[in-house]
Design a protein around this ligand. Structure first.
Ligand code: UDP
Ligand code: MG
Length: 317
């Protein structure tokens, strides 16, 4: 019996990269006759000809399944849709831009075949070709999220991983609306083997992540997997109350002993502004959690499928 492997490929404006990616995987697949590959291409509301490329690939190769969203729902939603609809015994998530090298697949499949692992994940050990500032903030982010949350997020970890069915099932069960896959992978546990590799730059097209989008994504990651910011707000409140108490004692004693006349407009304003700032910050932190809760409670679907060549595909989830 052949192994079945489903490759989930989230695509947003990848008309140039997708054919290159497809050819590269076919090349790898030819070297692995004992493995049956299926593609599950997810078109995340692309504005270019990506959907056309998918239809063409599906027409000439029956291993190609695709589903197309009604609009852009984001990579997290695209991966979730893929995981919900993948049928293989092993399932991999891969980017279409060749930054997740298909040449690693044989090694990954072999590692799962030994039975010692439930997933094989990849980690880039260099950040070559990436802006310095971005690397700096990325490193800080990994340090912070690992310190304050119980999701174990590995520095440089990619979303590229091969998983067993059991693990895929566990991820599908994590039906939260605000998804942060790097955290989810770490949170569910299972035995994971890490494959380090050198960073590869994308073959065509351009990255969809601006610095600001990445920054927002990292804040989302922290809020989704940690309550530490809320504790910081509480501790700041306690500390400020303590300082305020000392100030009161100081001012009252000084007034009684020295009969201090009115003075100190500047310092008063500074204190008011400072405390006002901290109050707004703490309200902002609470607001972030409230907003997440609000979205979660609404229970809106993660994605809406407008078109697919697979009749079994779940249209909404
Ligand atoms: N992607 C997606 N929806 C989006 C943004 C990106 O499906 O809204 C896909 C994209 O097509 C690619 C993968 O996610 O296959 C990674 O995107 P990108 O290469 O832009 O990210 P980077 O590698 O720069 O982190
Ligand atoms: Mg990329």
């Amino acid at each position: 019996m052949n192994r079945t492997v489903t490759l989930i490929v989230p695509c947003y404006n990848e008309e140039e990269s997708l054919p290159i990616f497809y050819d590269a995987v076919c090349e790898v697949a030819r070297g692995l006759p004992q493995v049956d590959f299926t593609f599950l291409l997810v078109n995340d509301g692309s504005k270019d000809g990506t959907l056309g490329v998918m239809r063409a690939l599906a027409a000439k190769d029956e291993r190609v399944k695709y589903l197309s969203f009604s609009r852009n729902f984001g990579k997290e939603a695209a991966m979730y849709a893929g995981l919900c609809n993948a049928k293989g015994e092993y399932v991999a998530v891969m980017d279409a831009d060749m930054q997740d090298p298909p040449s690693l697949l044989p090694q990954m499949i072999e590692a799962l075949d030994t039975g010692e692992y439930d997933s094989v994940a990849t980690r880039r050990v260099t950040r070559a070709g990436e802006p310095k500032l971005r690397s700096f903030f990325a490193r800080r982010f990994y340090r912070i999220i690992n310190r304050i949350s119980d999701a174990d997020v590995v520095d440089g970890a990619r979303d590229f991983r091969l998983m067993r069915r059991e693990m895929v099932q566990a991820i599908v069960e994590m039906g939260e609306y605000n998804r942060f896959s790097k955290g989810i992978f770490g949170w569910i546990g299972f035995r994971t083997k890490w494959l380090p590799y050198e960073n590869v730059e994308r073959v065509a097209g351009e990255t969809k992540w601006s610095f600001f989008k990445l920054f927002k994504y990292s804040i989302d990651g922290i809020i989704n997997f940690s309550q530490a910011p809320l504790s910081v707000a509480s501790w700041m409140g306690i500390l400020l109350t303590f300082v305020a108490f000392l100030m009161v004692v100081f001012v009252v004693v000084r007034r009684l002993l020295f009969g201090d006349p009115v003075a100190g407009w500047a310092s008063t304003i500074c204190v008011i502004l400072f405390i006002g700032g901290i109050q707004l910050l703490c309200m902002g932190i609470m607001g972030q959690y409230l907003a997440k809760t609000y979205m979660e409670v609404k229970g809106r679907p993660h994605y809406i499928v407008a078109e697919s060549n697979d009749p079994d595909v779940k249209r909404v989830r």
